[in-house]
Design a protein around this ligand. Sequence first.
Ligand code: NAP
Length: 484
Amino acid sequence: MVSRVIPVEPFDLIVFGGTGDLARRKILPALFRRYCAGQMGGSSRVIGAARSDLDEAGYRAFVSDAIAEFDPDATQNRDHLSAFLERVSYVILDARGDAGWDKLAALVQKDRVRAYYFSVGPGLFGDLAQRLHTYGMSDADSRIVVEKPFGRDLASARDLNRVLAQHFEERQIYRIDHYLGKETVQNLMAVRFGNMLFEPLWNSQYVDHIQITVAESVGVGGRGEYYDRAGAMRDMMQNHLMQLLCLIAMEPPAKFDPDAVRDEKLKVIRALDPVEPDCVVRGQYQADDGAPGYRDEVEAPDSTTESFVAIRAHISNWRWAGTPFYLRTGKRLKARASEIAVVFKDAPHSIFGVQAGRHRNILTIRLQPNEGIELGVTIKEPGPGGMRLIDVPLDMTFAEALGPDSADFPDAYERLIMDVIRGNQTLFMRGDEVEEAWSWTDPIIEGWEERGEAPIPYASGSAGPDDALMLMHRDGRRWREIRA
Ligand code: NAP
């Protein structure tokens, strides 16, 4: 099965911060893969913009190196690569000054979709929006893409929304959360709303609890300076985990349309109860044999920033009252593994007796690695010897169920950039959603600050602090194993 490529109109994509880390690792390789897939048709172009003193040839070499480093397989097709590079140009430009802006304005074409990717720190968003307007580049066919973090609290997110709204309408603003671009996340909606099987059971009457885990095995690495100002709560929980929570918990939208979906997600965030201090655990990883501890890595010996956070959340609405949602995310954990597990309640009565053991249906949505969906069902263990029950997975791993080519779907950045060009905002966060998410996380962070609470140390390569295990144990439940 080969994935279908839907053509898009010719476009100009302007990457502010075109010499930065995100451009190198994600945006430029993603554009090249879309080019190879035939989706950068006609005369579509990529224009990098930053202060670095590069000429066109120098920037093309930068792009070529980035693709070779982060997508080595793709560069095997030299013809494709050189044809792609011919569409790449570069403008030296300062977001805070006027140098370079006339040149950019002359270069972009007004008769086509223009997407301005703000791949720079949020401190420059206002300057970029203002100058795009001043130099006549913010008309109705233009759109802007902004990266996380969208603010560091409710007040700063409101400021950012206000600044962007001065020059762009909400329908032109694409706040990216790359988790929403993952194939499985969209499949979660297909599974929920495309099948009769699940939706009737998707409520507190049948679901015991839901676990969402986003675990990383690496530490903060080169992002120490940024990370130490953010922490796991701002960097991961407020955006990625909350977005996953919304998709799992939302009511069926009337249609698969950007505002219908985002309205339902917003209602979920609004229905979240405030989190009591004993329902949150924060941790910080310690030095391991070979690897430095968090404080060494960020070079801040007294840092009280958390590299791990776990929360028990409750949604006060008819569907979910009484069903806890356990969320956890952290760095330097056992494995790189992200999943959502919907754990159904026990059957009301076991006709097989206690010796048959306790068996539960669990629907697992794996985001990484090996994206796929798996439903655990109970069957009889084959063979003689009476009725012994075992749990087996009904595996919907795409590569196995749909053939090897099905694993070849676009990565999140490819899909999301093409959605921007098509003008489809379904998988992007709306301004009010982001603000509401901060309204929920701000009091938790303020509580830590007021109480002077330090994160609990945890061993590198573990599942986080023991207190996080207790968060579930005291409810008579257990976290699922963090497994790659
Ligand atoms: P970065 O490596 O520091 O790159 C910043 C870019 O901005 C560089 O291209 C820099 O180029 C340019 N720049 C800085 N000041 C400028 C100015 N006054 N005028 C014009 N250009 C300027 O940062 P990054 O890691 O790519 O991150 C970019 C954005 O994406 C940030 O908002 C970050 O939070 C977000 N993000 C990054 C990642 C990631 O994995 N890297 C992941 C998620 C979100 P010059 O120095 O040449 O001007």
